[in-house]
Ligand binder design. Structure first.
Ligand code: GTP
Ligand code: MG
Ligand code: ZN
Ligand code: ZN
Length: 1642
């Protein structure tokens, strides 16, 4: 029968030379399988009896057909099953081994390499082959010369560590076949890299003095590529012999240098190691360096799998010293890997580009053709090893003749020669060639030859070419750099510098002289506008148009363009610059001729032109366009620029933060770019910032470049100007450690030594720069080069200053000192003394800085910041190992920098929280604004800090309110218990009132303490959180803690007060209650007797008759009962006494004044302040600046205000209808004292005493009346008579034996319960209303409150309102709050809800009480009711009068009564709800125990202090803050200030005055001495008046004054103010916006 073919054949393993396949056996018997493998006629046949097979010895990269048949025992063969498979190419398999297959070809981009990932922060050795490329890259990017030593730790290392002797193992292990040759790795990486990575690789390799690929082979396609683009970034500097004398040097881009090239190739096998010989050839005698990878290097002997055919190039560059130079002229050296026989193209290329080709060989016979066929331009040299046993002299002779060579062209290594001799001969030969050849060529030129040979050139891509064209088009125009900049980049020149000057002057007001400040500022503003106009008048130049177009192109092209630009511009300016830089550096060493240095510096700046200048121009174009109207087409057309730049940042290009030439930040531009960046990054927008600071040319940029693999401009002399920022992406893995998405690194211009700084006053510039970058950074690297540690001191002074400032504003950057050029191994130990010295110096500097900033509590550096001398220092050896230009980077340098990098990343990881881009922007803006004011600490105003502060305030206010609310509830409850004390409703065991009071007070104390602890706990907890940047407000923690404590004290005294009052009143009532109770009892007895009597008559009596009887009885009883008249006290005497106590410590004059007038006579007419006393006191001191009327007016205002609030207090008390109590008057006096103390000037006694008398007079009369009313209302006979009617009906009911249940239940409900419930509701409603109001953002913090009030004012825009706000602030604000409450609650539903809730809770309590009483089965209705009342005793206060009246003559049945009671209560709820519904909020507010309006007022008015200059109210949170501040200050005109001569109102604003150099004030507080505004803190130490950072903060008031100038003048009885021109342009919308900005409302 036919055999079946196998099923499911599959190729399960593929390599470059073998294929493994397997299959399943078919049904039926099988003897064996036959596998056939074929490709283009090559047929391989194998058989097997298992069901798998590996075919080996196949060709790489070939597709084979695979046929498998089964064979039966009888030899019959089945139809084959067919499949096919491709063997891997060598390239594929190597890429796979290296794990690079995903990246091939050219998919590896810079962003992958630069990002910080796990490998960056861990030091694990490479474990598998796929680690190797990354290992190499990591090291190479940090220019580590050991980068090529790539070997993974293999199993065999462990066997070598075998403690036992096991030679077998050792032998086996020495080289296990799968190590990889470094060349293969390099080749593979180049094949995978895109153009930009290749450039980076080549650059770093050349810094390590490694050879770099010139021709990159692809062993798959056999196509090789000229690495022209890759090498374009390499710039080399050297000194040929010709320049030795002049000490000149040549600095050139290596691909553009015309150099002779010497090539080394190999023919066939060769026993000489070409690379090793070359290394020796290139190394000078003192130092051997492996330029090329060779056999004896680590892994150098591993077979090369893909790198044959690679041509490497390296350069020998002389330093101009004959004794050291190997060759006195520069020379390029090329080396071909592999046999020329296999790489003819490469060989031909070398022959046509080199000055000489050295052919290494052992045997020559076969290769004759290969050598002779070439169209040489190059000289050919044959290099053979005579010692090799295959060496044949005949063949050599034949070929040499054919090539026409002489002896000089043949080098043989003979027996007598050792390596050194041989190298010497070779060197001489090469030298000869170099000196005599005319064959010099730029690598750029080699491209043509490459083309002819079919070699690709790596810059042929269209992106690269278009980009080049675009860049060339721009740079070709450049003739003279200065002229070019003036013509093409005009906006950044003089105009921008002038703008900068104006901007700074606007903040500093240095030259204001005697001019009106606001006019001066307005002038500056107009000048600025003019300059912007001028900027706008320039059309966008050709160059800029091209530039903007080019960077708008797609990503790749854009990157190429920028690179081309950078290189072209470098080329243009290099010639001039490198010379200037060298001269500058030279001169700086001993700065004697200062003028010269200054001149060079100017030239440097004039002749430098880089891409940053184009971006800077872009920024200016953009900023200028913002002054155009919003819809202007030329503005709209530039709107996209920030986004473009943001994209570039994200792609890894640097952004210029500070323009070092103008010494300014284009704030709008930069912040718009950053906010676009934020948008592009969101939500991954968390960042950490690392900056570097140090003396100029100390390798700061080099350090950053080495550390992060970036490309900040590096060179000698002044190179970095200003500050640049750059983004480094953080890999997902590392994000967890660093808690951020990107790292921002900022490179800064070097700080100048003091001598140099003097030259151009750059001290200021350096200071500004340092403050800014320190402020922005999370970690600051302070770079110190050991050789100039003397200069260091001055630099450190600047830095310490910056740190101190940051501490003051709540930011704590960490710092790391880096000492460069310290090579000793023991540096760290040895430098212990140095470190101590450093710390000591730092301490001294801190003290000095602290003194300057008037923050002398900072005594040592560690006060200013966290710094540990042990971990905060890092020592880095010199950069070069040997003498440039041939010196590679010192491995020690790279390693030390790597340690630093890890250290920094670790520090970053320990940062509390990372900011996002927007926050960084915010910091930058406010830092820079503050820097522009010179007075940094006082002027710092940061919206982030403000934001965090606002949040803290909001939180604190919430806690505070919770506390207060709880205490209100507690007091209400305690009062209830006091009022019920001694009645049926009392539960307590204590029978003595004072004892009970003490008990309650201690209870209160416990509750208060609990709350205090809770508040402090909350606060501590709040500061512990890591989110939300709470550390920024750490400084306020103490303030809030003491606020919490003071709040407790306040609450305690208020609670105790209330308890005392309640207890005293209650005490006064007990006697009365007893009398009433007796009377009631007496009456009840008599009524019962009367009933008995009437019943005995046995006549049915008509109601009328009963009435008569009752009346008779009543009259008789009333006459008989002794109603001892209640004594009224003389309140006036009491008040008088309190007043005397209050004034007792005020001295004799106060008594005198007090005695002049009787209290009865006070307060009868309205209070009028005369300044009699004032005149007396200050007669001799009052100067002409002072307006006595203003003083009178201000005090009169104050008096009116105080009187108003006291009167309100009295009214509230009267409403309560309680008895008089001394605390009332004490409270009033306390209120007055508090107000008077809050005034910024001390109040004279001539004002205080009459005012207090006035108020006390009024109060005494009011309270007397209240007291009398109370006595009258509680008079027993009156009370008794009030109940007469009730008694009568009860009497008749009882007589008729009517069922009283329902009636009594109703009576109890409506006469006892209902008033109690109503009272309960009105006592609870106040806190509810406050609580509800506090949920409104307007009431969340003082700042927001101020904002809301002002915003409302602006919206109404009504003069009377403004006036009222300014002149009677308190009244206005109170009214405003009331309106807000009314508005909030006017529709009633909310209050109704609260009331409903309280009614319901009361009803529940009542029902519970009734149910409980029912179970007690007293049987007696009286005791039943008593029980009910006792249950309710904690909640409801039931009137004793009503209860007493209710109790008598009660014969209702308990069960029935209870039933009816429940019904009635239900009913009552209904009635109450109805009533509440009908009452409007205003009426309700009047009845509340806790007045929401007052409570809110005190809460939001804060400490009540006002700016000593303009009267703006303080907005600081908490009660006990150490500094008062207001967000918004007003022009002085609004405080009635006027010029004494002209009577014109004054427009000055305190926030500007405090920065003027010479403005002065005088007032009470200065004792009428003249004092500088600048030093206002000497006089008002607890006020913080930050200068207006945005310059628009006061726009709101400017607008108001400008609009209502006339009206204010009239109201204040003055002449109108001269309004500065720009004020008049402020619209109401702008005023509103400025309000938002001032209060930091988003
Ligand atoms: N000998 C030596 N040269 C160094 C070292 N570090 C940097 N350089 C060289 O010094 C020159 C200046 O380095 P930069 O990194 O530009 O210095 P910088 O501090 O950024 O300079 P500015 O930005 O101009 O203040 C470069 O040519 C570096 O190659 C070092 O440790 N030793
Ligand atoms: Mg620099
Ligand atoms: Zn002010
Ligand atoms: Zn305050």
């Amino acid at each position: 029968m036919e055999p079946n073919p196998p099923v499911q054949i599959a190729v399960y393993q593929v390599s470059s030379e073998s294929l493994s396949l397997r299959w399943d056996a078919p049904a039926g018997e099988v003897e064996s399988y036959i596998v056939t493998c074929c490709h283009e006629g090559d047929i391989l046949r194998e058989s097997t009896d298992t069901n798998k097979l590996t075919l080996s010895n196949l060709k790489p990269g070939v597709c084979y057909s695979l046929l498998v048949s089964t064979q039966l025992r009888n030899g019959r063969i089945s139809e084959p099953a067919v499949t096919s498979a491709r063997t891997k190419t060598h390239l594929d398999s190597l890429m796979e081994d290296l794990g690079l297959q995903q990246l091939y070809p050219e998919k590896l981009s810079l962003s992958t390499i630069l990002q910080i990932d796990k490998k960056t922060i861990t030091d694990e050795p490479a474990k598998c082959n796929s680690d190797l490329p990354w290992y190499f890259l990591k090291k190479l990017m940090m220019v580590n010369v050991t980068a090529r030593n790539v070997k993974r730790t293999s199993a065999c290392e462990s066997s070598c560590n075998d403690p036992l002797l096991n030679l077998d193992n050792l032998v086996k292990c020495t080289n296990s076949g799968d190590t990889l040759n470094p060349l293969d790795i390099i080749t593979a990486l180049f094949l995978c890299s895109d153009g930009f990575v290749r450039q980076e690789l080549a650059l770093k390799m050349s810094m390590c003095q490694f050879s770099v690929p010139l021709l990159l082979p692809n062993c798959d396609t056999k196509q090789c590529t000229l690495m022209l683009w890759a090498m374009r970034d390499i710039v080399k500097k050297y000194r040929p012999q010709s320049l030795t004398e002049s000490k000149g040097f040549i600095e050139d881009r290596i691909v553009l240098s015309e150099l002779p090239m010497i090539s080394f190739v190999r023919l066939g096998e060769c026993s000489l190691s070409k690379s090793e010989i070359l290394n020796k050839l290139l190394s000078n005698s003192q130092q051997y360096h492996d330029t090329l990878v060779h056999h004896d290097m680590e892994c150098g002997d591993s077979p090369r799998r893909i790198s044959n055919g690679l041509v490497e190039i390296t350069w020998y560059l002389p330093c101009g010293n004959k004794n050291m130079d190997v060759f006195s002229e520069p020379v390029a050296v090329a080396n071909l890997r592999g046999d020329i026989a296999s790489f003819e193209t490469q060989f031909s290329f070398l022959c046509q580009t080199s000055a000489a080709v050295f052919v290494f060989f052992d045997t020559l016979d076969s290769a004759c053709e290969l050598l002779t066929n070439q169209h040489h331009k190059a000289q050919i040299f044959l290099v053979g090893n005579h010692q090799s046993n295959r060496f044949g002299i005949d063949a050599l002779h034949k070929i040499a003749t054919k090539l026409g060579l002489t002896n000089s062209n043949i080098l043989l290594k003979t027996k007598q020669m050792n390596d050194a001799d041989f190298v010497k001969t070779l060197r001489k030969t090469v030298s000869n060639v170099v000196e005599n050849t005319k064959m010099k060529m730029r690598i750029e030129q080699m491209a043509d030859i490459a083309h002819k040979l079919g070699i690709w050139v790596d810059e042929e891509s269209s992106e690269c070419q278009t980009a080049k064209k675009n860049a060339d088009a721009i740079t070709a125009e450049i003739q003279d750099i200065l002229q070019y900049k003036e013509a093409q980049l005009p906006l950044q020149g003089q105009i921008w510098k002038e703008l900068t000057r104006l901007e700074k002057e606007e903040f500093r007001l240095r030259n204001v002289g005697s001019e009106n400040i606001e006019d001066y500022k307005s002038d500056l503003q107009i000048q600025k506008t003019e300059l912007r106009k001028e900027q706008n008048s320039h059309d966008i130049s050709n160059a800029m148009t091209c530039f903007i177009n080019a960077i708008s192109s797609p990503e790749m092209e854009r990157c190429y363009f920028l690179k081309w630009m950078r290189m072209n511009l470098d080329n243009v300016s290099r010639e001039k610059l490198s010379d200037l830089r060298e001269r500058y550096k030279e001169k700086c060493k001993n700065p004697e001729n200062k003028e010269e240095i200054k001149d060079i510096d100017r030239q440097l700046s004039n002749s430098s032109l880089g891409t940053e200048h184009f971006f800077r121009e872009m920024g200016q174009i953009y900023e200028a366009s913002l002054s155009l109207p919003e819809r202007d087409p030329s503005r709209e057309q530039l709107q996209h620029l920030p986004k473009l730049c943001a994209q570039l940042l994200l792609d890894g290009f640097p952004l210029e933060l500070v323009d070092g030439e103008a010494s300014n930040i284009p704030l709008r531009w930069v912040s718009d770019v950053l906010s676009q960046l934020n948008e592009l990054m969101s939500p991954k927008n968390k960042i950490l910032v690392v900056t570097v600071l140090g003396v100029q040319s100390t390798g700061k940029s080099t350090l950053l470049n080495t550390m992060f693999g970036v490309q900040f401009a590096v060179s000698s002399g002044r190179c970095t100007r200003g500050a640049f920022m750059l983004l480094i992406r953080i890999d997902e893995d590392v994000k967890k450690v660093l808690k951020c998405d990107f790292m921002v690194i900022i490179d800064t211009e070097g700080l100048k030594s003091p001598e140099l700084a003097q030259l151009d006053n750059s001290h200021e510039h350096d200071n500004e720069l340092a403050t800014l970058v320190v402020g922005l950074s999370d970690v600051t690297i302070i770079n110190i080069a050991m050789e100039n540690s003397t200069e260091m001191k001055d630099i450190l002074q600047i830095v310490v200053h910056a740190f101190l400032r940051m501490k003051e504003v709540g930011k704590k950057p960490k710092c790391q000192f880096v000492h460069q050029n310290v090579s000793d191994v023991s540096a760290h130990e040895k430098n212990l003394r140095d470190r101590k010295l450093l710390l000591q110096q730092l301490n001294e500097m801190t003290q000095a800085a602290a003194k300057m900033e008037r923050k002398e509590e900072n005594k040592s550096f560690t006060d200013v910041m966290e710094y540990s001398p042990d971990t905060g220092n890092c020592y880095i050896p010199g950069l070069w190992n040997g003498n440039p230009p041939m010196a590679p980077v010192n491995a020690g340098y790279s390693e030390a920098v790597y340690e630093l990098k890890k250290n920094i990343i670790q520090i970053l990881g320990s940062c509390e929280s990372s900011a996002n881009v927007l926050e960084l922007t915010e910091w930058m803006k406010s830092l820079w604004n503050a820097v522009k004011h010179e007075n940094f600490i006082f002027s710092f105003r940061n919206s982030l800090v403000a934001d965090v502060y606002m949040k803290l305030c909001t939180e604190f206010n919430k806690w505070e309110w919770e506390f207060k609310k709880e205490m209100y509830t507690w007091v209400t409850n305690a009062e209830t218990r006091i009022y019920n004390f001694g009645t049926v409703a009392v539960k307590s065991e204590i029978s003595d009132m004072s004892e009970y009071l003490t008990h309650l007070k201690s209870e209160a104390r416990t509750v208060l303490s609990e709350w205090e602890t809770k508040l402090l706990g909350n606060l501590a907890q709040y500061f512990k959180q890591t989110e939300g940047h709470v550390y920024l407000v750490e400084g306020y923690k103490e303030d809030f803690a003491s606020s919490a404590k003071s709040l407790r004290r306040e609450m305690e005294s208020s609670v105790f007060n209330q308890l005392t009052v309640a207890a005293d009143i209650r005490k006064g009532m007990t006697e009365l209650d007893r009398i009433k109770e007796n009377h009631t009892k007496e009456l009840e007895g008599r009524v019962r007797a009367l009933i008995e009597r009437c019943r005995e008559k046995k006549v049915i009596m008509a109601d009328e008759e009963l009435d008569i009887e009752f009346d008779k009885m009543w009259k008789k009883t009333a006459d008989e009962l002794s109603f001892s008249k209640q004594k009224t006290i003389n309140v006036i005497t009491c008040v008088s006494f309190c007043l005397r106590c209050n004034l007792s410590r005020k001295g004799g004059h106060a008594w005198e004044l007090l005695n002049q007038k009787m209290l009865q006579d006070c307060g009868l007419v309205s209070f009028k302040y005369t300044a009699d006393g004032f005149y007396k006191q200050f007669k001799h001191k009052v100067s002409q600046f002072f307006k006595i009327e203003d003083h009178i007016m201000a005090l009169q205002n104050l008096a009116d205000c105080i009187i108003a609030s006291c009167t309100q207090f009295m009214t509230e008390r009267m409403e309560k209808k309680t008895n008089y109590h001394d605390t009332y008057i004490q409270e009033i006096l306390h209120m007055i004292d508090e107000r008077l103390q809050n005034q910024s000037v001390p109040i004279e006694i001539e004002f205080e005493v009459p005012l207090k008398q006035h108020i006390c007079g009024i109060a005494a009369r009011h309270f007397q009346k209240m007291h009398e009313n109370f006595i009258h209302a509680n008079d027993p006979s009156t009370c008794l008579n009030q109940n007469k009617g009730k008694f009568r009906t009860d009497f008749k009911d009882v007589f008729h034996e009517r069922d009283q249940c329902q009636k009594k239940a109703e009576e109890f409900t409506y006469r006892c319960l209902k008033p109690a419930v109503e009272d309960f509701v009105s006592r609870s409603l106040g806190p509810d209303i406050i609580g509800e109001m506090l949920t409104n953002q307007k009431f969340s913090t003082r700042m927001f409150f101020q904002y809301s009030v002002l915003l409302d004012l602006l919206r109404q825009d009504d003069f009377e309102h403004y006036r009222s706000y300014i002149c009677s602030y308190e009244e206005y604000v109170k009214k405003w709050i009331l309106n807000q409450i009314v508005e909030r609650f006017s529709n009633g539903s909310k209050t109704f809800e609260f009331e409903g809730r309280h009614v319901q809770s009361s009803i529940r309590s009542i029902n519970d009480a009734v149910n409980k009483a029912k179970t007690e089965k007293s049987g007696n209705l009286k005791s039943f009711v008593k029980n009910v009342c006792r249950e309710l005793g904690d909640k409801l206060v039931i009137s004793q009068d009503a209860l007493g009246a209710f109790m008598i003559l009660n014969n209702a049945d308990q069960e029935q009564f209870a039933h009816w009671l429940t019904e009635c209560v239900k009913d009552m709820a209904q009635v109450l709800q109805e009533k509440f519904k009908e009452t409007n909020i205003q009426t309700k507010l009047k009845k509340l125990n806790v007045n929401p309006q007052n409570e809110l007022f005190t809460k939001l008015i804060g400490c009540g202090k006002q700016c000593p200059f303009c009267g703006a109210p303080c907005e600081a949170g908490g009660q006990e803050h150490s500094e008062h501040f207001a967000s918004l200050h007003r022009p002085q005109a609004l405080g009635r200030y006027r010029f004494s001569l002209s009577q014109k109102l004054v427009t000055d604003i305190c926030s500007s005055l405090v920065i003027t150099p010479d403005r002065t004030f005088q007032c009470d507080a200065t004792n009428w001495e003249i004092h500088h505004y600048k030093h206002y803190r000497d006089i008002f130490p607890d006020w913080k008046i930050p200068p207006d950072g945005s310059l628009q903060a006061s726009d709101c008031w400017k607008y108001v004054l400008a609009t209502f100038n006339k009206k204010f003048a009239k109201a204040f009885n003055a002449k109108t103010a001269d309004i500065p021109a720009t004020w008049k342009m402020i619209t109401r919308e702008q005023a509103e916006e400025s309000l938002q900005e001032s209060f930091n409302i988003k």
